[in-house]
Design a protein around this ligand. Structure first.
Ligand SMILES: [Zn+2]
Length: 285
């Protein structure tokens, strides 16, 4: 099953909410798959981390996309209550950068009431179907579901702003990445495929090249009988999956698939060099 990759600082709840939106799932279907949301409860983390495990180990999901690092520093796991809050200015930036919006993890955490980037109080979200404000804590919702007219700023004062700042300082700053991110890998492979003359309209040619290489000792597809071609194509489920994905939502390849492609497309480059190229890629899609 498809799962969107988390954005920087995105709350895990938000990833599930975007999955629901991208796949047009009903809230009931989402609940069947992930259980109820229960903000800050993370009961769905097994299912989600299973879907994302090729790209994100569960430790990274916890460290970068939950408030657990802060809770560890607070040394008080009874403290938090969660609600949907947001900074309208941050949402605008997200929309321009990613084409969609998401919940930053700290917005959902009570006590954080101020946006440190835009220096204004967060908004307490009301939702379109006008149910009671905290009912939505059970659902997976995205910021697009917010009814901005009905939302109001959270109560905020200089003291509360100070407390908010202190809480944010307790979230561990992520270590600088020395690994290429999934987006960088995606950008890298898109460029490599382009350099090799493969664009979204002739991916079948690439598929046949890979088939000849793996199944028939490097033979060109024109040298293969149609029976060989048909049988070989059927055996490569993941190749089909790969091109379905690469032609629509971008390239999310597993590490083993990356290695296999590397041997065919750039046999003279070591995997370390390849990694260095990927690291030099932009982090934006
Ligand atoms: Zn902001």
């Amino acid at each position: 099953m498809y799962a969107p990759y988390p954005y920087p600082e995105e709350a895990l709840e938000s990833v599930v909410a975007r999955l629901q939106r991208h796949l047009y799932l009903s809230p009931r279907e989402t609940k069947r798959k992930f259980g109820s949301n229960c903000l800050g409860g993370y009961a769905y983390i097994d299912t989600l981390s299973d879907l994302l495990k090729q790209a994100f180990p569960v430790e990274q999901l916890i460290a970068d996309h939950t408030m657990v690092p802060l809770l560890r520093n607070l040394n008080d796991t009874t403290y938090p209550r969660y609600a949907y809050r947001y900074c309208p200015d941050c949402l605008k930036v997200q929309l321009e950068t990613h084409g969609e919006t998401y919940w930053r993890r700290e917005w959902l955490f009570c006590g954080v009431c101020h946006c440190p980037i835009h220096h204004k109080p967060l908004m307490l979200a009301s939702f379109r179907d006008k149910r009671a404000m905290f009912d939505h804590c059970r659902d997976f919702v995205v910021p697009e579901d917010v009814e901005a007219r009905l939302s109001r700023p959270v109560v905020s004062s200089r003291c509360l702003e100070k407390m908010s700042q202190c809480l944010l300082e307790l979230i561990a700053k992520p270590a600088p990445r020395t690994e290429a991110t999934p987006v960088q890998w995606r950008n890298f492979w898109i460029q490599l495929l382009n350099d090799n003359g493969y664009i979204s309209t002739n991916l079948d040619a690439l598929k046949q090249r890979l088939l000849g290489y793996w199944e028939f000792g490097g033979k060109l597809s024109t040298e293969l009988s149609s029976d060989d071609l048909t049988a070989g194509m059927a055996r490569y489920d993941w190749v089909q999956e790969l091109f379905a994905k690469s032609s629509s939502i971008g390239i999310h390849w597993r590490w083993d698939q990356t290695l296999q492609l590397w041997k065919v497309l750039c046999p003279d480059i070591s995997i370390e060099e390849l990694h260095a190229h990927a690291l030099a890629m932009p982090c934006n899609p």
